[in-house]
Design a binder for this molecule. Structure first.
Ligand SMILES: [Zn+2]
Length: 481
C-alpha cells in the first residue's frame, strides 16, 4: 500500500514537473530578443505622492535624523512641550507667551524642511532613493518613483526622466505606463511638458492637484478658518474610508454626540482666539520662512491664488531665481494643463484622470465648502469640472455648459464634466478620500491598462462610465445611478 502510494506520488510529481516544463516558460514569456522584451506588457511606474521619499537630515552621520515624515516620537515630544504652555495660556490668556513656546517647538520638528533662498534643498537634507535593479515587470508589479517633495517639480522631472530611461533599459521595453497619485501628477505633468510622450504608453492621474489645491492657495495667502460644520463633516465623510465599518460606526456615533451636544462648538470657541491671536506670528515666524522656497508646495497653489500668494509669501523683493522657477511651473505647466493633456491624447497616448468627490476638504481654510477628495478640490483634480459645493447640487434647471453631443452631467446632478479639459477621459468617484484605493480601483486601472492599445474613454465600457460610486465595504466601483 505504502509503495503504491509512494509511486503514485512520484508519478504525480513527474507529471507536475513535466507540465511545469511546458507551463513555466509560457507563463513567463518575458524573453529578451535583440535587447527587447517580448512579454507585451509595458512596465508600469507608480509616480507616488508627497512623502514618497523619506527625507533625512545628515544621512549616514551619527546624528542622522528622519525629518519627513517626522517619526511619531517627534510628535509626542512636541505635544509634551506644548501641554504646559497650553495650561498657562488658559490661565493667563497671554497669547504672545504661548506663541513664544509654540513657534520654536514646531520649528524643531519641521524647520529643517526649509529650502535655501533659491528653492534648492540644503546639503544636509537628502533622500536615499535608488534606481531599481529588478527587471521583473508586468501589470501586477510596478516600479515606484519617490522624490523629495520640496524640490522644483521641473528638476524632479529630470530625475524622473532618468528613472524612466533606466526602467526601459532594465526591462527591454520602449515605453512605460504611468500611474500617478496626488503630487505624482505634478511630477508627471512636468515630465510630459519637458520630455513629451515618446516613451509613454498610457497615463493615469489619480487625485492629482493638476490645477492645485485651494488649501495651499488659502494658506499661502495667510488665510486660516475653522468651523464647526467643516470639522463635523470632515469626520462624517472621511472616517468611513479610514476606519473599518464597525469602528467607523462607533467613532461616528461619538462624533455625533460631540457635535450635537455643542461640545465641539465650545472647543472651537476656545481654539478661535488662539488662531486669531497667534496666526499672524505663526505665519511670519514659522510658515513663511519654512515654506516660502518650497517649490513643491508652490506647485499646489491654484492660479486664482498665485500672484497674491507670491506677495504674501515672498514680499516685495522676492529671490529672482526662486520666482523664475516657480513661475515656470505655474505658467507653463499648471496653467497649460489643458494644452499638455490634449497634446498627450492627440499623440495617441490614452489618459485616465480620476477625481475624488464628496469628502469634506481640510477643515482649516475659507474654501472649506469646495467639493473635494479631502485634500484636492474636485474641480482642480478633474482639470476644469463644474462641481457643486459639497452637499448641494447644480440645481434643477442646470443645463450642461458645453454641448459636445454627450451627456456629461452626473446622475446625482452635482457634476458637469463637459467643462473638463478632457471631458471624455475624466472619471469621478463618489465618495473618494484622497488617493485612498481598494481592489475596485485596481480593477478600473487594470481595465484601462489592458485596453490602452485602443483609445479607451468614459464611453468604452458600461461598467466604467464617467460617474462611479465607491462601494467601500464591497471594494467595488459601480456606475452611479
Ligand atoms: Zn516585458
Amino acid at each position: 500500500m505504502k509503495r503504491i502510494f509512494k509511486s503514485s506520488v512520484s508519478i504525480l510529481l513527474t507529471l507536475i514537473l513535466a507540465f511545469s516544463v511546458v507551463i513555466i516558460p509560457s507563463a513567463e514569456t518575458a524573453e529578451i530578443v535583440d535587447g527587447k522584451c517580448t512579454c507585451g506588457e509595458e512596465p508600469e511606474i507608480y509616480v507616488a505622492a508627497l512623502g514618497s521619499a523619506t527625507l533625512y537630515l545628515n544621512a549616514g552621520a551619527e546624528d542622522e535624523k528622519v525629518i519627513f515624515r517626522p517619526e511619531t516620537s517627534a510628535y509626542i515630544e512636541l505635544i509634551a512641550k506644548l501641554i504646559g504652555p497650553l495650561f498657562s495660556l488658559v490661565l493667563t490668556k497671554d497669547y504672545d507667551a504661548f506663541a513664544d513656546k509654540l513657534i520654536p517647538a514646531v520649528n524643531g520638528v519641521f524647520g529643517a524642511l526649509a529650502n535655501d533662498e533659491e528653492g534648492n534643498s540644503t546639503p544636509e537634507v537628502t533622500t536615499k532613493e535608488e534606481l531599481p535593479t529588478d527587471p521583473t515587470h508586468g501589470l501586477e508589479g510596478n516600479y515606484y518613483f519617490g522624490y523629495d517633495f520640496r524640490a522644483d517639480p521641473l528638476v524632479t522631472a529630470d530625475k524622473f526622466n532618468e528613472y524612466v530611461n533606466h526602467v526601459l533599459e532594465l526591462t527591454g521595453h520602449d515605453q512605460v505606463r504611468l500611474r500617478a497619485s496626488s503630487m505624482g501628477g505634478v511630477v508627471t505633468m512636468s515630465y510630459l511638458y519637458k520630455y513629451g510622450t515618446e516613451k509613454v504608453k498610457s497615463v493615469i492621474l489619480q487625485c492629482c492637484p493638476i490645477q492645485g489645491t485651494a488649501v495651499a492657495g488659502d494658506l499661502f495667502n495667510g488665510r486660516i478658518m475653522i468651523t464647526e460644520d467643516s470639522v463635523y463633516r470632515y469626520a462624517q465623510t472621511a472616517l468611513p474610508s479610514l476606519l473599518d465599518g464597525v469602528t467607523a460606526k462607533f467613532v461616528l456615533g461619538l462624533v455625533d454626540v460631540v457635535y450635537k451636544s455643542g461640545f465641539l462648538g465650545s472647543v472651537l470657541d476656545m481654539v478661535q482666539p488662539i488662531l486669531d491671536n497667534c496666526a499672524p506670528r505663526v505665519f511670519d515666524e514659522l510658515l513663511v520662512p519654512v515654506f516660502k522656497s518650497n517649490c513643491g508646495i508652490w506647485s499646489f497653489v491654484p492660479d486664482e491664488y498665485y500672484e497674491s500668494a507670491k506677495e504674501f509669501m515672498l514680499g516685495e523683493n522676492p529671490n529672482a531665481v526662486l520666482e523664475a522657477r516657480i513661475d515656470e511651473y505655474h505658467y507653463n505647466v499648471q496653467s497649460k494643463a489643458g494644452e499638455i493633456l490634449n497634446g498627450v491624447l492627440d499623440s495617441g497616448v490614452p489618459v485616465m484622470i480620476v477625481a475624488g468627490t464628496a469628502i469634506q476638504r481640510t477643515p482649516l481654510v475659507p474654501t472649506w465648502q469646495n467639493d473635494s477628495d479631502g485634500t484636492v478640490d474636485t474641480k482642480y483634480a478633474s482639470v476644469g469640472g463644474t462641481i457643486a459645493e459639497l452637499g448641494t447640487t447644480l440645481g434643477e434647471n442646470y443645463v450642461q455648459a458645453v454641448d459636445d453631443g454627450h451627456n456629461h452631467i452626473s446622475p446625482d446632478n452635482r457634476i458637469d464634466a463637459s467643462t473638463c479639459v478632457l471631458p471624455d477621459n475624466t472619471w469621478f468617484v463618489t465618495p473618494m478620500l484622497h488617493s485612498t484605493t481598494h481592489d475596485g480601483h485596481g480593477e478600473l486601472y487594470r481595465w484601462f491598462f489592458d485596453n490602452d492599445d485602443t483609445g479607451v474613454n468614459v464611453f468604452s465600457n458600461p461598467d466604467y462610465p464617467q460617474f462611479l460610486e465607491n462601494d467601500i465595504a464591497g471594494q467595488k466601483l459601480v456606475p452611479q445611478k
